[in-house]
Design a protein around this ligand. Structure first.
Ligand SMILES: Nc1ncnc2c1ncn2[C@@H]1O[C@H](COP(=O)(O)OP(=O)(O)O)[C@@H](O)[C@H]1O
Ligand SMILES: [Mg+2]
Length: 378
């Protein structure tokens, strides 16, 4: 119990206070602090358990005591807004995105000065990009940086309701949110645009678009809104214009891929060389793809009680990046697969034989032999 002493009674008091006030953001922050104290003491297990509790899915706002005002879909009674925890994993961005991100945080933190000087702008940022490129993660990091709870509205769930109720749902969301100091994250915004495909619902689409616009316009200078869409071209231009900060979330570049492999695979231990090679074979993969392959490889390694099989990871990454998604195989690579991998690494990917050997987990001589056995090479 020594660690509890280190933590201090004031933390416990503050925790109880936050819990009773249904302030889940503060509860999570304090719990994080307690977890750190526990792991600094000797109770690593308890720290782990506590951290996984904190990470657990969003608290439906219903549970946070706002039942009276909680917007729900009138047919399904499903909540239209959910609070989600701040992310605990790092975000890797390209330089361009980092600069917009910093600019946005800076403006949001200093909104009062900007308003005083007549320089305020809507604090609205639109993220567009393929699934798995980190849009939700970025929204979470913005909330975390600003110290505000993250309220997520999935527009597709707002829409899949009785015809005619959608606009009502959108209005409910915007009526509910400005009263709280939060970051409002409008996820899956193309759901609105997709209504267009159904000509019967054209009238409904217009009504919904107008309601979203009215909602955005009704927010005051301090409101922080993040929108996410897979295709910004699908969005109504009038909605698009209402987001002065825009970020295109591309698939990660080579440096970001290396950082991701390093984080997801090697837990940030210095494995620079392997990460660089894996970055080279994973061109075109998203952060979510890399996380999935890395996670699968680590499971294989733990269950088979063997070292990480970097060759199997390279194999999976290479095929996935060519549009044939694969996870690392359960068994280590066959010699046929090793030969193919060696030829690919040293051929089109132009890696050195030494790097190829390291990745496949064989000697350089073996790689040279593979290349010769492989025929005339390419
Ligand atoms: N740029 C990135 N940096 C770090 N992790 C990422 C990145 N992109 C994706 N990921 C990983 O993939 C997961 C899913 O990404 P997510 O934010 O849900 O993507 P999106 O919302 O664009 O579909 C994240 O939780 C994270 O683990
Ligand atoms: Mg998302």
């Amino acid at each position: 119990m020594g660690c509890f002493m280190a933590m201090g009674a004031s933390d416990v008091i503050e925790l109880v206070e936050a819990a009773l006030a249904a302030d889940y953001t503060r509860v999570r922050r304090l719990a994080g602090k307690i977890a750190t104290a526990l792991s600094e003491g000797e109770d690593k297990d308890a720290a782990k358990k506590l951290r996984s509790l904190i990470r657990r899915s969003g608290v439906p706002l219903q549970a946070s005591g706002f039942v009276e005002s909680l917007p729900v879909d009138s047919k399904s009674r499903m909540p239209l807004v959910e609070e989600q925890p701040w992310p605990t994993s790092p975000l890797f961005l390209d330089e361009n995105t980092i600069s917009v991100f910093h600019c946005f945080i800076e403006d949001a933190k200093n909104v009062d000065i900007l308003v005083e000087n007549g320089l305020s702008t809507r604090l609205s940022m639109l993220l567009s990009g393929a699934p798995g490129t980190g849009k939700s993660l970025l929204a979470g990091h913005i909330a975390k940086q600003l110290g505000k709870p993250l309220y997520v509205v999935r527009l597709d769930s707002v829409i899949s309701s009785l015809l005619g109720d959608t606009a009502k749902n959108v209005r409910r969301v915007f009526e509910f949110v400005p009263s709280r100091e939060a970051v409002l994250f409008l996820d899956e915004m193309d759901a609105v645009a997709k209504l267009r495909d159904d000509s019967q619902e054209l009238g409904e689409l217009k009504r919904v678009v107008n309601t979203v616009i009215q909602g955005l316009d009704s927010l005051d200078d301090h409101a922080i809104v993040i929108g996410a869409t897979n295709h910004s071209q699908l969005l109504d231009p009038a909605i698009w214009r209402r987001f002065p900060y825009k970020v295109e979330m591309n698939v990660p570049n080579a440096q970001m891929r290396a950082d991701m492999w390093c984080h997801f695979l090697f837990k940030d231990e210095d494995e620079a060389k392997a990460s660089d090679v894996l970055a080279a074979v994973s061109k075109g993969l998203t952060g979510a793809d890399i996380e999935a392959i890395a996670g699968a490889a680590r499971r294989r390694s733990v269950l088979a009680q063997r070292e990480l099989d970097v060759g199997g990871i390279a194999w999976a990454a290479l095929h996935s990046s060519e549009g044939r998604p694969q996870l690392p195989p359960v068994e280590t690579l066959t010699s046929g697969q090793k030969i193919e991998l060696a030829r690919r690494l040293c051929g089109s990917l132009a890696l050195s034989q030494a790097d190829a050997a390291r990745v496949i987990g064989v000697t350089r001589q073996a790689v040279r032999k593979y290349l010769m056995e492989g025929g005339d090479g390419d």
